[in-house]
Design a protein around this ligand. Sequence first.
Ligand code: FMN
Length: 306
Amino acid sequence: MSEIDLSVNLGGIHLVNPVVMASGAFGYGSDYADFVDMASVGAICVKGTTRRPRLGNPPPRIVETPCGMLNAIGLENPGIEAFLSEHLPRLRAGGATVIANIAGTSVEEFAEMAAMIDAADGVAGIELNISCPNVREGGMHFGSDPGLVHEVVMAVKGATSLPVMPKLSPNVGDIVAIARAAEAAGADALSMINTLVGMAVNIDARRPVLGNVFGGLSGPAIKPVALRMIYEVHREVRLPILGGGGIISSRDALEFLMVGASAVSIGTAAFVNPGCTAQVLSGIRGYMERHELTRLDRITGAALIR
Ligand SMILES: Cc1cc2nc3c(=O)[nH]c(=O)nc-3n(C[C@H](O)[C@H](O)[C@H](O)COP(=O)(O)O)c2cc1C
């Protein structure tokens, strides 16, 4: 059998393999340096970054649920200047492929940050966080309206020559309409899905657990929703998809590839098992060996009923 090729072209972002660290679960990578070799994953999508530093939401900001977690971090981050000057060089020195994740409060701010990243050199692509459920300004609001999605993607495409990948929210009625708007505006790839809005209640205190009341649900609970949405979008839109939502094993990852994802992202599972990216990758490789597949594109979309 010839060599297995695990590389992926995600809309112009070259990944050495299809396993990507999802935004927010790995920060800017430093906390995971002892567990994950940054050069061994396809890419790291860094923590959602804003124009100015943000402290995030009041605590408690994370709560565990029976099959996932709710978070309402509220985009705590040091701001784009600190990302570019402090974190990006360290990540690059470690051999990471870096995908920036940006969250603007206006269309202009998204474009401004994209231009700053473009000028900085060293970022492989830009993920547009138009789907954060935990912030008052911007966030999910951008990703719920096809017109706004079109506007944001157009503005960012005009500000950078890097590949642009909007991250879609599952908190919408028609995910295909949103994906089509992104495609029409020139997006290079799609990232899906972000968290589902949920909440938890403390019955002793008789109040919501999270300081923000609502949070984003992630982990195994959301996998069926993510698979369904990627399946729907892959049928209608030609863009490559970075798929994720509840992946904890290579079996999960293979399901995502089979409904149309070209690469997969892993977030919440890393809180339980920091080494899971390597395990998922070796499981995908094992599957390819067993089935005598040498290229991932033989798996992408394989489960689509035509
Ligand atoms: C603690 C936490 C923080 C997150 N922060 C971000 C973020 O800053 N930007 C973003 O686009 N997604 C963020 N996400 C969403 C994840 O990137 C991912 O899309 C989602 O959690 C679903 O995947 P998972 O079930 O593998 O975690 C965050 C998720 C978690 C759990």
